[in-house]
Ligand binder design. Structure first.
Ligand code: CO
Length: 140
């Protein structure tokens, strides 16, 4: 079951340059940042209601976020839906013809299991499913 929007991912060139807008102008609580090796990005977190804004800065030129920035520039990168069983959803969605980026859940930010659906199946928007671990605290 999909529960809520977990977070909205925004690709930026530099966290240092982009954090002030979200923290100081919008006034969102900034709760820290984390390197997500698997995605080749450093991710900064802002709380907004039951969801988060996540800014993604590429760790290097040969990363998915760097390639996204090259092609499309900074801006909306992905929307993430929180659910209770990423693996189960992936199997169901694949059965329904949805193209998956990840056939199996992998580690994401905040110790969550995540998986991406391919934008070809989602009207062009990279879509993430994520599942918090019941036993793990977030590390921000
Ligand atoms: Co995400």
């Amino acid at each position: 079951m999909i529960r809520k929007i977990s977070h909205i991912g925004i690709a930026v060139q530099s966290l240092d340059s982009s954090i002030p807008f979200y923290r100081d102008i919008l006034g969102l609580p900034y709760t820290g940042n984390e390197v997500v090796e698997d995605q080749g990005a450093r991710v900064a977190f802002f709380e907004i209601g039951e969801s988060r804004i996540e800014l993604l800065e590429p760790l290097g030129p040969d990363t998915p976020v760097a390639r996204f920035l090259e092609r499309r520039g900074p801006g909306l990168h992905h929307v993430a839906y929180e659910c209770d069983d990423v693996g189960g959803h992936l199997i169901e969605m694949a059965d329904q013809g949805i193209e998956l980026v990840d056939g199996e859940p992998r580690p994401g930010a905040h110790g969550m299991d995540i998986a991406f659906l391919h934008p070809r199946s989602t009207d062009g928007l990279l879509t993430e499913l994520c599942e918090p671990h019941r036993s793990e605290d977030t590390d921000d």
